[in-house]
Design a protein around this ligand. Sequence first.
Ligand code: MG
Length: 159
Amino acid sequence: MNIRIGQGIDVHAFEAGDHLMLCGVKVDFNQGFKAHSDGDVALHALADALLGAAGLGDIGHYFPDTDSAWKGADSADLLTTVVEHVAKAGWKTGNCDLTIVAQQPKLAPYIAAMKARVAALLDLPANAVNIKATTSEHLGFTGRKEGIAAFAVCLLQAI
Ligand code: MG
């Protein structure tokens, strides 16, 4: 089989801070992510989707939050490492689709920059990257503005 599908999910809570990193883009906000790395839920979900499709486990295996090496890590760097592992296993990304669930902040002004950043990180044309933002209609932890969830799917093609 020369294609593989993968999915990934991630959640991070808010804590004191002044910005969020989402899809490798700095988003102005009056809180930050509680996380060992920069807390970029969208790139973490995407990394898990890529690893899942390649049958390579999950990001916790490669970047354990018990390892101080990853403290404050730029998740774009983590994703780049994941892409290298996936390539070594014989796969390249065909397309990906991400959904970010956030009651706040409003992400519409950032979507174009997020698409461009993810496309660059995965070496894909922009039309092979889709990023959606939605609220959860005030329901659940995202609706209570306690944090953000992200969901990703991707297709890998054999190199
Ligand atoms: Mg995470």
